[in-house]
Every structure is written in structure tokens, then in C-alpha cells.
Write a protein that binds this ligand. Structure first.
Ligand SMILES: [Zn+2]
Length: 270
């Protein structure tokens, strides 16, 4: 019932809007309320954002379609554009904060009856409809900034010969995006950590380094035949930001390695 009333009133307002442009012009000139709102609007600096994004993923096989993991997919997307998404989330938070403030000021202008234009003999409408029209015009110019980000992900698979089509759709909101961003940052921080670099040191990589260096200490030339134990050493120590990759690894005998410890001289011989 209430909805019906609202619809009827809206229809009436729309009709008045079209048929009484003169009155609108009169309101624009004389409404304190409308002018206060225009003034309020001019002071806002909401961030302009693209609030809806969509991505498509075409799968190569049915299992790939079935096992599609939205979290992994989104982590990939966010990781590629992490700075951009962090900025979007910050901008949305800024807009929400500003919007609460704006909304309060807007309401206080609208609720103050003294702000409405006074009827003069020039107007055709009676006061009730006139005020309604005035309110309608005020609502129309109300700013609607971006407050939410929505990302749609569509996943497709079409069987060979095009017999069967499968699709599913995911909807990701601002909170999800914020969560993905924080996870991405955590992963990035972990990948820069010494713990992660040590975890990269696999038996396979160790063997590769030993083979490359001919199973000999690159400093003193000792090998297992001389009864020494061979270590794989980080040239720039992990604790000083060294990476676990072939170019930063070398074979050292136990003696040379223990003598070196975690020291590293960026300008000297190591
Ligand atoms: Zn040695």
C-alpha cells in the first residue's frame, strides 16, 4: 500500500516536473533550500570511481570449470593491480565518511521549513504541490557518490563441438576486495622474509649448485674426497636480503662457510 502511494506521488511529481518547467525555474530562483543544497554540493569533493567491474574466465576443460577457485582467481587479479585496488578501497572509505557528513547536512537543510520558497501570486500551483516540487528538485540534485565496489566474475566452459555450455557468476563486494588486498600484502611481506627464502632452498636446488660448482668449495677447492663437508652458501646472506636463487648461491666447504658466517661486504671479496 505504502509503495503504491509512493509510486503515485512519484508519478504526480514527474508530471509536474514536465508540465511546470516555469515553476521549476521559479524554485531555482527563489528556493533558499535548493540554493543551500547547490552550495553544499559545490563544496563536496567526492572521489570519482569505477564502481562496477567485470571479468571473464573461459575454462579449457570441465574439471577446470568445476575446480575454479574464486579466491585464487581474485588473489591473482588483485596482486597484479594491488596499488590500484588499495587506492580504490581508500577512496571508497573517504567517500563514505564524507557522505555521512554530507547526508547529515543535506537532511538538516531539508528538514528546516524556513528554507522553502515562499509562494507568490505568480505561481499557479498551490502550496502543497509547490513544496513537493521543491523537495523533488532538491532530491534530484542530491549527490550520489561511489560508496561500494562490485566486481563480477563470470566463468564459462563450452564442451568440444559446443554441445554443452556451463557458466557461473560470482559477485565480489568492497569488503571482499579489502580482504584480498590485505592477504596479498601479507603474502608479499612473507615472500620478502628470510623465512620464505630459507624455505626455497630445496634439495634439488642444492644439487644444482653443487653440480654447477663441480662439487668443490669455490674458495679453497676442497671436495668430499678431501674429507670435507660441502655446504651451499648464500653469497648475500638471507638475513641481509639475499635471495635463494642460483646467482646468489655457491658451494663452500664447512670450514670456509663457518669462517664466513653471516658476514657480507658489498664492496669487498666474499
Ligand atoms: Zn673451502
Amino acid at each position: 500500500m505504502e509503495v503504491l502511494i509512493v509510486i503515485c506521488i512519484s508519478v504526480v511529481c514527474v508530471l509536474f516536473y514536465f508540465f511546470h518547467k516555469k515553476n521549476i525555474e521559479y524554485i531555482k530562483k527563489n528556493s533558499i533550500c535548493l540554493n543551500k543544497i547547490l552550495n553544499l554540493n559545490s563544496k563536496q569533493n567526492f572521489k570519482v570511481l569505477n564502481v562496477s567491474q567485470s571479468f571473464c574466465k573461459n575454462c579449457n576443460s570441465k574439471p577446470q570449470f568445476d575446480n575454479f577457485n574464486i579466491d585464487n582467481y581474485m588473489n591473482g587479479i588483485i596482486d597484479e593491480n594491488l596499488d590500484k585496488y588499495i587506492k580504490t578501497i581508500d577512496d571508497l572509505k573517504y567517500n563514505r565518511k564524507q557522505h555521512t557528513f554530507y547526508q547529515n547536512q543535506f537532511n538538516s537543510i531539508m528538514n528546516d521549513n524556513y528554507n522553502y520558497a515562499q509562494l507568490t501570486q505568480n505561481t499557479i500551483l498551490n502550496e502543497f504541490f509547490f513544496k513537493m516540487l521543491e523537495k523533488f528538485e532538491c532530491e534530484r540534485i542530491k549527490l550520489k557518490p561511489a560508496l561500494e565496489l562490485t566486481i563480477y566474475v563470470s566463468v564459462f566452459y563450452t564442451s568440444p563441438k559446443g554441445k554443452n555450455h556451463y557458466n557461473k557468476r560470482y559477485k565480489i563486494n568492497s569488503n571482499n576486495v579489502e580482504y584480498y588486498c590485505s592477504e596479498c600484502l601479507k603474502t608479499r611481506r612473507y615472500k620478502q622474509s628470510a623465512k620464505y627464502q630459507r624455505a626455497l632452498m630445496t634439495d634439488k636446488l642444492r644439487y644444482q649448485v653443487l653440480c654447477r660448482d663441480g662439487h668443490r668449495c669455490v674458495l679453497c677447492g676442497a671436495s668430499a674426497k678431501d674429507g670435507v663437508k660441502l655446504h651451499v652458501d648464500h653469497i648475500i646472506p638471507v638475513s641481509k636480503g639475499g635471495k635463494t636463487e642460483l646467482s646468489n648461491l655457491r658451494t663452500l666447504c664447512e670450514r670456509c662457510n663457518l669462517g664466513k658466517g653471516a658476514s657480507y661486504n658489498p664492496n669487498g671479496y666474499n
